[in-house]
Every structure is written in structure tokens, then in C-alpha cells.
Design a protein around this ligand. Structure first.
Ligand code: TYM
Length: 334
């Protein structure tokens, strides 16, 4: 992990709801093997979470829950830097600076801002608007070359690249220009009841999402009730068969089977058998995570220790970049 010649990966999740199967298949699962080849930094993105009002006690509880789940999913804190965004002051500091290098026109185009401001009309705050700038700071501080995310973060990554390139054109090569790393299957898991909408941890309807801590019978029940398309054909066709395609993505991402193999095996068998197979695969995939989670969550002091060490390691990297930025901007060295 201290080998500085290795390329860097950074990613994170907002503790703004309960972790879903979408977060797992689109993000965390793909983080697991990366520490073999990269220096990996994974955050609890708490500064971003407060762009929408959070209950303080719930935010704290979810932050512990997320960290315990990161580790239960297989992210070893020795081999990955696990930290809270709010514990590393360089994020907010670089975020401010990058606000001065991002155009309002660019932020006006962000679809996540448009969606969230439509959903929270009584709280369209400046943080929600400049959210992608803080995300750019998160990534650029670590000189990350790869950012493993789901499909919905692509636009923010494009903005990050534009801001990095703009800054580098003005001041020399200060930032590594990052690439998104989006998985071929599982990058956009959809809502179970409304399969044209993404599965979201902040969705009010619980039956729309599978949560990583859902017990097996809940998973089976939710999948049984998943909205299916007319006809009973099992084929991957997002536009024509969004419900079937979503469950095929879930089955493929959890079992490793290809879409063709799934279609061949379940076509003509009826939706019931197919749904049961998806439920079995999800339960099997989450069982070891759930088993490890309880023990980890019970040790709050152990979790805080992981975060303290993570913040120290993250700060060392982030502060070096911030220093470079201050220097090229002409600030007096501290
Ligand atoms: P967030 O918290 O909404 O989601 C965390 C990760 O989960 C992925 N994801 C999904 N993937 C597949 N299907 C879904 N239904 C689904 N829902 C969510 C997301 O693409 C993401 O990878 N802005 C980010 C957090 C962030 C960040 C960063 C990420 C802040 N700074 C720096 C990477 C690097 C967000 O809101 O993710």
C-alpha cells in the first residue's frame, strides 16, 4: 500500500440511506480486487450527504453501518484506505478553490442537480449546486487515475476531467486526469417496482430496493413482487423488457453467468422460476456479508480506529496535492 509507484483509485458512497444492491453491484463489488494493482482510497462521503437534510443521529448511525459494511464486503482496511470525507480538511479546501474554476453553465447541466432539486424544492441549497465540484476535489486530491463508479456518476466524472484539464492548462500538470471505471454488468441496477428508474438508497418505497442487510425472506418477497413485463420471455432488452432485463443484470452480476446463458436456461420456464433463481443468487451473495457485518458493527471503537488511521493516510496524500495547488496559485506557503 505504500508503494508510491502504483496508480491510484478513489471512490465513495454517500451515507444518505441504506446501502443497496445497486451500490454493491455498481460500486463496492468492483472495488474489491483493485487493491492488488492500485493504491485504493474509499470514502464515506458525509460532506456530500448533507446537501440533502439528514437527521444527525441517523447520519452517524449510517456512517458506522457503511464502514462496517465496506469491511464486511471484503475491503481490508490494511490494504485499502478507508476514511470519512469530513475527517480530511483538504476536501473542503480544494472544493472551494475548484469552485473558482468551474462555470455555472457546467453545473446547470448536471442531471443529478436537476433531479435532486426537483425532489427537494424547499431546500435547493448552494451545496447541492456545487456538489460536483466537491466531488472533483475528492478525486483530484488523490491524483486518482481510475474512479470505479456506477453509470449515474459518469457526468460528474466528465466534469472532473474538464476542471482538471482546465486547471492543468493554466498552471502546468498539477492533477492526474481521471477515467471512470464502469462495470460491464451491474452499472445501473433499476428499481424493482419501477424498472425504468434507478434503484436508489434514498427511495421512500422500501420495496423498490434490496438493501445489503435485508434478511433472506425479505429479499425473496421483494423479488417475487418485482414488476415484470408483458409476455413471459426471458431476454435482455432494456427498452422492451426493462423488468426482465434488470433481474437478468442482477443475476448475471451476482452469479457471473452471461445474459445468453441465463436466457437459455430460464426462457420458457415462467417468471416464477426465474425470480426464485435471482433471489437465491442474491441471498447467496449477501449471506457472507451479513454474517460478518454484525460483529464488525458491534465494535464501534474498532471502526473509529480504522477511520482515524484512514484519515491520517488520506491526509498525507491529499495535503501534498493541496500544497502544490496553493503553490501554483501564488498563496504564501504555510
Ligand atoms: P452514491 O452515494 O449515489 O452511490 C454510490 C455508488 O453506487 C453507484 N450506484 C449504483 N450503481 C448501479 N446501480 C444503481 N442503482 C446504483 N446506485 C448507485 C454509484 O454510481 C456510485 O458509484 N456522487 C457520488 C459520491 C461521491 C463520489 C466521489 C464517488 C462523492 N465523491 C468521488 C466517486 C468519487 C454519489 O452520490 O454516489
Amino acid at each position: 500500500m505504500t508503494d508510491t509507484a502504483r496508480p491510484i483509485v478513489l471512490s465513495g458512497i454517500q451515507p444518505s440511506g441504506r446501502l443497496t444492491l445497486g451500490n454493491y453491484l455498481g460500486a463496492i463489488k468492483n472495488w474489491l480486487p483493485l487493491s492488488e494493482r492500485y493504491d485504493c482510497y474509499y470514502m464515506l462521503v458525509d460532506l456530500h450527504a448533507i446537501t440533502v437534510r439528514q437527521d444527525p443521529a441517523q447520519l452517524r448511525e449510517r456512517s458506522y453501518e457503511f464502514l462496517a459494511l465496506y469491511i464486511a464486503c471484503g475491503l481490508d482496511p490494511q490494504r485499502n484506505v478507508l476514511f470519512a470525507q469530513s475527517h480530511v480538511p483538504a476536501h473542503a479546501r480544494l472544493g472551494w478553490i475548484l469552485n473558482c474554476y468551474t462555470q455555472m453553465g457546467e453545473l446547470n447541466r448536471m442531471t443529478q442537480f436537476k433531479d435532486k432539486s426537483a425532489k427537494h424544492v424547499d431546500n435547493i441549497n448552494a451545496g447541492l449546486y456545487s456538489y460536483p465540484v466537491l466531488m472533483a476535489a475528492d478525486i483530484l486530491l488523490y491524483q486518482a487515475s481510475q474512479v470505479p463508479v456506477g453509470d449515474d456518476q459518469k457526468q460528474h466524472l466528465e466534469l472532473t476531467r474538464d476542471v482538471a484539464q482546465r486547471f492543468n492548462n493554466l498552471y502546468g500538470k498539477v492533477f492526474t486526469v481521471p477515467e471512470p471505471m464502469i462495470p460491464p454488468v451491474g452499472a445501473r441496477i433499476m428499481s424493482l417496482k419501477e424498472p425504468t428508474k434507478k434503484m436508489s438508497k434514498s427511495d421512500e418505497a422500501e420495496t423498490n430496493a434490496i438493501y445489503l442487510l435485508d434478511p433472506p425472506d425479505t429479499i425473496v418477497r421483494k423479488l417475487k413482487k418485482a414488476e415484470m413485463d408483458s409476455g413471459n420471455e426471458i431476454r435482455f432488452d432494456i427498452a422492451g423488457k426493462p423488468g426482465v432485463s434488470n433481474l437478468m443484470s442482477i443475476l448475471s452480476a451476482t452469479s457471473g453467468e452471461s445474459f445468453d446463458a441465463i436466457a437459455e436456461r430460464y426462457n420458457g420456464q415462467g417468471y416464477g422460476k426465474f425470480k426464485q433463481a435471482v433471489a437465491d443468487a442474491v441471498v447467496e451473495c449477501l449471506a457472507p456479508v451479513q454474517a460478518k457485518y454484525r460483529e464488525l458493527r458491534a465494535d464501534e471503537e474498532g471502526l473509529r480506529k480504522v477511520l482515524r488511521s484512514g484519515a491520517d493516510r488520506a491526509s498525507a496524500k491529499a495535503d501534498a496535492t493541496l500544497k502544490k495547488v496553493h503553490d501554483v496559485l501564488g498563496f504564501i506557503p504555510e
